[in-house]
Design a protein around this ligand. Sequence first.
Ligand code: ADP
Length: 252
Amino acid sequence: MIEALQLRDIELIYPTRRGTIQALSNVNLSVREGEFVAILGPSGCGKSTLLKLAAGLLPASGGQIILGGHPLSGPGKQTGVVFQKPNLLPWKTVLENVLLPARTLGLAIAPARLRAYQMLELVGLAEFAANYPFELSGGMQQRVGIARMLLHDPQLLLMDEPFAALDALSRETLMLELQRIWEQQRKSVLFITHSIQEAVFLADRVLVMSPRPGTLVEDLTIPLPRPRTLETLAAQDFMQLCQHLRSHFTHA
Ligand code: ADP
């Protein structure tokens, strides 16, 4: 299988006024084409740092990042990113918000407009295209963020705890939505979360990170059949996988 993303021997050290903080140490991972990989780890272990590195938003202190077969040299068109908050501009409509990156990415405006509308259809928000962000719920706003991430048809999706700020029911709905979108679009995904359930439900593989300096301590394949449904959450094998992963974070 072809690798969409590879991180090799990655080190990340933040310089601070009171010395240095080693956020990541010896991180090696790969995401294959079309694969959904979740990274699970405790708060502060370096998950967001790792995602910023993969997005080309932060240079590594050591090691190599290979994106689509080439060394990564900065933010580019191959990746789409969503963060915990969708950061929508309140004075722009939903459609305009999805279109925001078009100029930076150098997209021709007419086809980008059509694509933005199609992506809003994909996330179930076409009828809200002319609304403003304040008229949408938190879950709907995050879906606008997902539509925006897909605007330029990136090969690799980088998602940093995209559902963390939502209530439990919206989180469940969006998990199902994201699975549907991923099955339709077959992108490669690197999904950061501190929710064991979310990781097991969504991913083909779950990578577990240790506390800081973050490094990968397990690479667990999730063999659950797809599409996964709300019944999956109560299935014996789902719960066993969650239980196994939980053992990394509970210390008797
Ligand atoms: P996570 O996403 O797993 O919560 P982060 O990647 O945000 O973790 O942070 C990892 C570690 O690096 C934390 O100890 C955090 O305090 C530190 N850190 C993150 N960003 C910076 C920064 N810009 N400068 C200094 N330290 C930072």
